[in-house]
Design a protein around this ligand. Structure first.
Ligand code: BV8
Ligand code: ZN
Length: 238
């Protein structure tokens, strides 16, 4: 595939690379995506449950959904796409992984420098005292879980309508701005502000390479768009 050789060549030459990943990079690990084919989580739409309003209304239901996701994710292993990104990170003087995923598979694969835009499903946060802590128990012994202070605990993730962690987008924009090559892997690019990093990288002069089993709204503006599973295509790009 001529395009693949050209894209591989551009990536090989780049000294600074930034990567934006979404749920699609974990699909081949058996984790359902939100919107692509076979998406939906247990017939719930993320937009309906991943919100402060849903949690205020029914914390137990929201926690049952996260508990179900945690159990599923705990059985999943990183796939060749996650491992390829670890190899890419070690090969590049400047590398930043920006992920929308909360599943922790990039950590398991050994990725180092990582910006978790939407938080981490393995961390809990107290709604009363603000304490945050890791808890990898599946299933959780009691739903909803509580903090030592007695306050109700929530998943350590960013819900719709909530701001991303302070400074996170600034750092992500800096990485996108200084990247010679920007890889966009497994995201439908509909959730903002994360999706805005793609046109931002393009406008900042990066060569943008998209890997997705389907085309997205950004496919027409990227430099290379590969409709292929990330676990197959990404290793061929290195
Ligand atoms: C904010 C954590 C403001 C929780 C998530 C109207 C217009 C525009 C924007 C908005 C709007 N109304 C509201 C908004 C803002 C909203 C938003 O963007 N909504 C969208 C739905 C329109 N954004 C927010 O609310 C954000 N906050 O704006 O705050 C603010 C500012 C200051 C002060 C206060 C408030 C917060 C957004 C974060 C929400 N949290 N997750 C959880 O996961 O439980 S988002 C959720 O969607 C996940 O994080 C997920 O990663 C993310 C994006 O989805 P994708 O990763 O792209 O996954 P998806 O299933 O969509 O796509 C998968 C892709 O993979 C598909 O394209 C598929 O083809 C492909 N694929 C499948 N298999 C493979 C593959 N590709 C390669 N290989 C394969 N094998
Ligand atoms: Zn507390």
């Amino acid at each position: 595939m001529v395009n693949l050789d050209q894209a591989r060549e551009r990536l090989a030459r780049a000294r600074s690379v930034a990567v934006l990943t979404g749920a699609g990079i974990s699909a081949e690990s058996g984790i359902p995506t939100f919107r692509g084919a076979g998406g939906l989580w247990n017939n719930f739409r993320a937009e309906d449950l991943a919100t402060p309003e849903a949690f205020a209304r029914d914390p137990r239901l929201v926690w049952e959904w996260y508990n179900w996701r945690r159990e599923l994710i705990a059985k999943a292993a990183p796939n060749p796409a996650h491992h390829a990104l670890v190899r890419l990170e070690t090969a590049k003087p400047h590398f930043t992984l920006i992920t929308q995923n909360i599943d922790g598979l990039h950590d398991l694969a050994g990725s180092g420098k990582m910006l978790k835009l939407h938080g981490d499903i393995w961390r809990l946060r107290c709604t009363e005292c603000g304490a945050q802590w890791p808890d990898r128990r599946t299933p959780l012994p009691k739903l909803p879980p509580h903090c030592g202070c007695g306050g109700l605990a929530r998943p350590g993730v960013v819900w719709f309508g909530e701001a991303l962690p302070d400074g996170m987008m600034k750092e992500a924009e800096h990485a996108a701005e200084s990247a010679e090559v920007f890889l966009v892997i497994g995201t439908s690019a509909v959730v903002y502000p994360a999706a805005g990093l793609v046109p931002f990288a393009k406008q900042s002069g990066a060569i943008v390479i998209e890997i997705n089993t389907e085309t997205t709204s950004f496919s027409p503006i990227v430099d290379f768009s590969f409709q292929s599973p990330a676990g197959e295509l990404l290793p061929k790009l290195l």
